[in-house]
Design a protein around this ligand. Structure first.
Ligand code: C2E
Ligand code: CA
Ligand code: CA
Ligand code: CA
Length: 280
């Protein structure tokens, strides 16, 4: 893609070319996004399935408030950041910002809300990841149990040795771990048993098929039983209907997350939303 004139960059077009000059400018844009304060975290509540309505925590989801494009979805810029080696920078910012926000909410009287951040495969391989998280927790006076790290099932399977080492170290400092997008990879039972994860998040694709497909119901039911047998809490992501909610509650799912309850929202909105509700 070419510059579409003025300050407008058409670099998110699907047909974009990948010449090295453009890669450089993209990389620069993403780097500057951090420095210019264009990144923001939105927060989506996770609802406790049994005591209806209680907020068990929130997931922090990264947004890029681009001066020209407006809000850019992470589905677009995270893959770019990974490709251009900027993902580390974004990841550091997310850790710092999530801890700062937890502390700010606490001073504002929200209580000890649990916040989950998403970790990329790149971060799993950073030597100082655990030290960085530990240091951010301490600097902001956040209890480690308030932070959850979500890592996708496929990423955990890419490098089993690294995953086990990093997970153990995170667990050792008191941070909990959630296996994200579960069901899209093919982890074995024995593998899951060896990971010190606390939560398993069932991928949205299974949830959206729940009402129409007996197969999807059978898979989700089996995953919930398996997870419970391994003492994992189960979170269903992408819950959009009352029907899905009822099926999941019937199956004993522990936490529910999705547009049916709330969309991801800016921190101040989340504060207003959560203030009227009991925290778990
Ligand atoms: P994810 O971790 O699986 O996050 C869930 C995605 O589903 C989010 O999309 C969320 O807004 C969306 N969602 C939640 N409820 C519903 C629902 O009921 N229906 C539908 N259709 N969608 C729902 P989002 O915010 O666009 O994020 C997309 C992906 O980008 C995330 O998937 C995650 O993999 C990645 N991501 C987001 N923030 C970060 C971050 O800080 N770091 C890293 N490494 N990745 C991030
Ligand atoms: Ca996630
Ligand atoms: Ca997910
Ligand atoms: Ca997903």
């Amino acid at each position: 893609a070419k510059r579409a004139g003025g300050a407008h960059y058409a670099f998110f077009e699907p047909h974009m070319s990948t010449n090295s000059q453009e890669q450089l400018s993209l990389q620069a844009e993403l780097r500057m996004a951090v420095e210019r304060g264009e990144l923001v975290l939105h927060y989506q509540p996770k609802i406790d399935a049994r005591r209806r309505g209680e907020v068990s925590g929130v997931e922090a989801l990264l947004r890029w408030n681009h001066p020209v494009r407006g809000m850019v979805s992470p589905g677009v810029f995270i893959p770019l950041a990974e490709r251009f080696g900027v993902i580390g920078l974004l990841g550091h910012w997310v850790i710092e910002e999530a801890c700062r926000q937890i502390q700010e909410w606490r001073s504002a009287g929200l209580g000890r809300i649990r916040v989950a951040i998403n970790l990329s495969v790149h971060q799993l391989h950073e030597e100082d990841l655990v030290e960085r998280i530990d240091s951010a927790l301490q600097r902001h006076g956040v209890e480690p149990a308030q932070l959850v790290c979500e890592i996708t099932e496929t990423v955990t399977m890419e490098d089993v040795t690294t995953t086990q080492r990093v997970f153990s170290r995170l667990a050792a400092i008191g941070v909990s771990i959630a296996i994200d997008d579960f069901g899209t990879g093919y982890s074995s039972l024995s593998y899951l048993r060896r990971l010190p994860a606390r939560q398993l998040k069932i991928d949205r694709s299974f949830i959206s098929d729940l009402e129409a497909s007996g197969d999807a119901r059978a898979v989700v039911d089996a995953v919930i039983r398996l997870a419970h047998a391994l003492s994992l809490r189960v979170v269903a992501e992408g819950v959009e209907t009352a029907g899905q909610r009822d099926i999941l509650i019937g199956m004993g799912c522990d936490e529910l997350q999705g547009y049916f309850f709330a969309r991801p929202m800016p921190a101040d909105q989340l504060f207003a939303w959560a203030r009227g509700r009991p925290l778990l």
